[in-house]
Design a binder for this molecule. Structure first.
Ligand code: AHR
Length: 561
């Protein structure tokens, strides 16, 4: 069963639809107007000249416009988009935990204990499937016993990686697992391999997962949790090639096997999902060594960290979070799109050793990493979040969906107040970022059947350079509804999609869109809804076909029922 679709640059059907060309001219006008940010007050003749000027490029491009055939197969019902692709990350870093999820008792916001409930409510709406904690680099300095027992007796420590601030350990294992319960999410713990011991990690597992009367279990019960916590996701180290110990791949795989040997299952809890600390970006040697040296039955997953830096450089400026130019926007998207090649490369190596795809590739750190907001602690990694971040999120999640045979987990860095955050806070105030809205839109793909979608995208051209303007992914949920997520990266062109869907029975099409006048628009505490979701009326069912006009710089998710 398959269906085909065609995408064409708006204006292609010039002779069939003068109306759409006129609309495109008007759209172009709106676009220029919006980037100029002042009202367009033109006289009648000037308006006509403007319209003609708008039509000219449409007339020219329509002659060249390609129609792009798209084939979408019904897919294999066994291949699902794992909900865990939509995972998040909460590190003891800056204001993610402290002054983020975990606030001062006196702060006037809804709280359960010290957990901030307006954040919990917001995250529950987008269905967080798993939450990674306590790091990140912090994990390899963290000693879990410092964070259990009476709060007043917990020792303080310096957070050496992130701003050297005093960590009081008031948010520890029980508090994190309480947060996970409130979020209805799977906890994903990272064990300290860099500066911890095998015994320490094994003890943490026993404390959480056993129900026998051992001293550690008695201690957990005394600390208020009678039943085992049943934590099955365990990262064995983090960035072991870097902040996790600067190891070679060969050395790490030996260390991993030693730790994994003592990571025991307990009858009271489900078997552990042991996760190997994986590669930095496109480091093929790391992945190859892990796959070669670690027996498949000793790993459930292998990770990958791949960030999007606007400038592409870890030294010097990483680029601005707001107030960037179109060239900087283009560069960011070009860097973001590298995720596809990086995932493809690691997946191919994994296929050599694991042809049945038993081991999950988990991109457990990804997202936009910019310079910090001026005036904030450089160690806190606090950055604003614009429409550009949303386009990065939509694009990256499409890439993960399209690789769902191997990518079965991912964690955006990070949930609150750090890097590409979903939520930003300022004392009592809280805002949802454009990235949050993308996770809201895309939640329909969680655990849905993957529908492969193939097409050749038109180009988004910048000077002598170009990237594909369009990216997309599709799925069918348990009720039979089909969802198509579409991202148009082009800042000026509307993309027109003509879709035939012979394999899909549906009566109605609806959708929601995230867009704004400028790619560097963002939400502020004074204007928290500048970039927000709206209903999308640009998709029309015509007979069995579906026509979509996808506005510039937008993320759209359609529902066909
Ligand atoms: O997410 C911020 C940091 O980035 C993490 O602590 C580390 O793992 C990575 O380098």
């Amino acid at each position: 069963m398959s269906f085909t679709a065609t995408f064409s640059v708006s204006g292609a059907k010039l002779f069939g639809s003068c109306f759409s060309v006129l609309r495109m001219a008007l759209w172009g006008r709106k676009e220029r107007n919006s980037t100029q940010q002042k009202p367009l007050l033109l006289g009648k003749w000037k308006q006509r000249a403007w319209l003609l000027a708008g039509l000219a490029p449409a007339l020219a491009s329509s002659a060249l416009a390609q129609t792009i055939p798209v084939t979408v197969q019904a897919g294999d019902p066994k291949v699902q988009i794992s909900k865990h692709i939509y995972g998040h990350f909460a590190e003891h870093l800056g204001r993610c935990i402290y002054d983020g999820f975990w606030v001062d008792e006196k702060l006037n916001v809804p709280k359960q204990g010290r957990i901030r409930m307006d954040i919990v409510e917001a995250l529950r709406k987008i269905k967080v499937p798993n939450l990674r904690w306590p790091g990140g680099c912090f994990a390899d300095t963290y000693h879990w016993r410092d964070g259990v027992g009476p709060t007043a007796q917990r020792p303080k420590m310096l957070n050496m990686w992130w701003g050297n601030n005093l960590e009081d350990n008031s948010f520890g294992t029980h508090e994190f697992l309480e947060l996970c319960k409130l979020l209805n999410t799977e906890p994903y713990l990272a064990a300290n391999v860099g500066s911890g011991t095998v015994q320490e990690m094994a003890g943490w597992m026993e404390y959480l997962n056993s129900n026998d009367d051992t001293p550690l279990v008695l201690e957990r019960r005394k600390n208020g949790h009678t039943e085992p916590y049943k934590v099955s996701w365990w990262g064995i180290g983090n960035e072991s090639w870097g902040c996790g110990g600067n190891m070679t791949a060969e050395y790490y795989t030996d260390v991993y096997k030693r730790y994994a040997t003592f990571a025991h299952n307990y009858p009271a809890s489900p078997p552990l999902k042991k996760i190997v600390s994986g590669a930095n970006g496109d480091d093929a040697h790391w992945t190859e060594t892990c796959m070669k040296n670690i027996p498949l039955n000793q790993m459930w997953g292998l990770t990958l960290h791949q960030y999007t830096l606007p400038t592409g450089s870890w030294t010097g400026s990483k680029g601005k979070a707001t107030g960037f130019s179109e060239q900087e926007y283009f560069n960011t998207m070009k860097n973001c799109l590298k995720m596809d090649a990086v995932v493809t490369k690691h997946a191919a190596i994994m296929d050599k050793y694991d042809k049945d795809k038993k081991v999950a590739l988990l991109v457990d750190e990804w997202g936009v990493w910019t310079d910090v907001e001026p005036g904030t602690n450089p160690g806190f990694l606090y950055q604003q979040n614009s429409l550009r971040d949303a386009l990065v999120a939509g694009t990256t999640l499409n890439i993960f969906n399209n690789h769902c045979d191997r990518v079965r987990g991912a964690n955006l860095a990070q949930a609150v107040n750090v890097l590409q955050a979903l939520v930003l806070t300022d004392k009592e105030k809280m805002l949802l970022t454009p990235t949050y809205h993308v996770f809201d839109l895309y939640q329909v793909h969680q655990d849905a059947q993957f529908l492969p979608l193939q097409f050749t995208s038109p180009d988004y051209v910048m000077g002598n350079d170009k990237v594909p303007a369009l990216n997309a992914s599709a799925s069918k949920d348990a009720s039979g509804a089909v969802h198509i997520s579409l991202v148009n990266l082009d800042t000026k062109k509307t993309l027109k999609l003509e879709t035939a869907l012979p394999g899909v029975t549906y009566k109605t099409v609806s959708g929601r869109i995230l867009t704004s006048a400028k790619t560097n628009d963002y939400n502020t505490f004074d204007n928290p809804n500048k970039v927000k979701l709206a209903s999308f009326t640009g998709a029309k069912k015509r007979g069995g076909n579906l026509s979509v006009e996808l506005p510039p710089q937008s993320v759209v998710v359609l529902e066909l029922k």
